[in-house]
Each structure stands twice: as structure tokens, then as C-alpha cells.
Design a protein around this ligand. Structure first.
Ligand code: ADP
Ligand code: MG
Length: 158
């Protein structure tokens, strides 16, 4: 079956964060979201909004040297940044599966690094620069649901 993706365009970091917040408010325990896009595309920016939507008060930073960070809230959030991950062994070492398949929400930057380890239900977010935009503020954000839970969630946010 064809996944029904939805594309949004944002014109500022604030707008990207707001889109994240809208999604964050609807997330539940066990949800997994993946974020693809070049460095500086806006993955962490959107995650900041999602955390806000989930009621997390921590300041979300780019965690270049940290593979995973836990944010405590009503629902725990696991923010993975796999940019510097060398191999899947490193993930196994930190016991990633206890987080990924737990009762929290997992937000994963650079999911390409563990593609085979994620199940069949997740929300994929792909962020691209808009080449036409000389101000470098515009982003094209494609959201693709995988599985019924996220198909329904997408319908709610559009
Ligand atoms: P990534 O996590 O993808 O490497 P970040 O979210 O850390 O990217 O950084 C995105 C950068 O792009 C920030 O400096 C942000 O201010 C800037 N930016 C400009 N326009 C946008 C936009 N529309 N959406 C998100 N970020 C934007
Ligand atoms: Mg980032």
C-alpha cells in the first residue's frame, strides 16, 4: 500500500518549531519519529517544538557528541542524534532497544544509521532546503506515516 505523505513549507525556525509542537501534542507512549535532512536543515529545531508539545521544559540542544539524551516529562522522550555513530554496535552498547521499544517517545535524527532496527510503525520527517529561496529560511518538510497509528495522526494535523 502506498503511504500518504504530506508536505509542509515553513519560512522560519519558529514555524518549523510550531509544526513540531502541533505534532508533539498528539504523541503517545511508544511512538517513534525519524528525522532526515542535511546538517542545518532543521531537524533539531522541529524536535524542540515536539518536545514543547509534549510539555517538556528542558532546552533541546544539538547533541553532536551524545548519541542519545533523555528528556523527562509526563512521557519520557529519547532524543537520538546518530550523526557520529560509527556502527550499530555502539547503539547496542547503550542498550538502545530498551529505550526505542519502551513506554517513551523516541525522536531519531539520522535514522539511516539504524534503518533495519526500527519496526514498521513510525513517522518519517524529511526536511530539505528550498533551493529557490535565497534567504535560506524556507524549508520543505515531508512527513510520511508508516502504519495506521500515524496515518490517523497525519489526518489530524492537516
Ligand atoms: P539539524 O538538526 O537538521 O542539523 P538545526 O535544527 O540544528 O538543524 O538547525 C537549523 C538551522 O537553520 C538553525 O540555525 C535555524 O535557525 C535555521 N533555520 C532557518 N530557517 C529555518 C526553518 N524554516 N526551519 C528550521 N530551521 C531554520
Ligand atoms: Mg540536529
Amino acid at each position: 500500500m502506498q503511504n500518504t505523505d504530506v508536505t509542509f513549507t515553513t519560512s522560519s525556525p519558529e514555524e518549523t518549531e510550531a509544526l513540531g509542537e502541533k505534532i508533539g501534542r498528539r504523541l503517545q507512549r511508544g511512538d517513534i519519529l525519524t528525522f532526515k535532512g542535511e546538517l542545518g536543515a532543521g531537524k533539531t529545531c522541529m524536535i524542540r517544538g515536539i518536545a514543547k508539545g509534549l510539555g517538556i521544559k528542558d532546552r533541546i540542544t544539538s547533541s553532536s557528541f551524545v548519541i542519545m539524551r533523555v528528556m523527562e516529562g509526563d512521557i519520557p522522550v529519547y532524543h537520538f542524534d546518530l550523526y557520529r555513530l560509527e556502527n550499530e554496535e555502539e547503539l547496542i552498547d547503550i542498550g538502545y532497544d530498551e529505550f526505542l521499544f519502551s513506554n517513551g517517545v523516541s525522536l531519531i535524527e539520522w535514522p539511516e544509521k539504524l534503518e533495519n532496527l526500527i519496526g514498521s510503525d513510525f513517522l518519517s520527517v524529511e526536511i530539505q532546503y528550498d533551493e529557490q529561496d535565497e534567504s535560506f529560511l524556507r524549508r520543505i518538510i515531508k512527513i510520511t506515516p508508516s502504519g495506521k497509528r500515524f496515518e490517523d495522526l497525519i489526518k489530524e494535523i492537516i
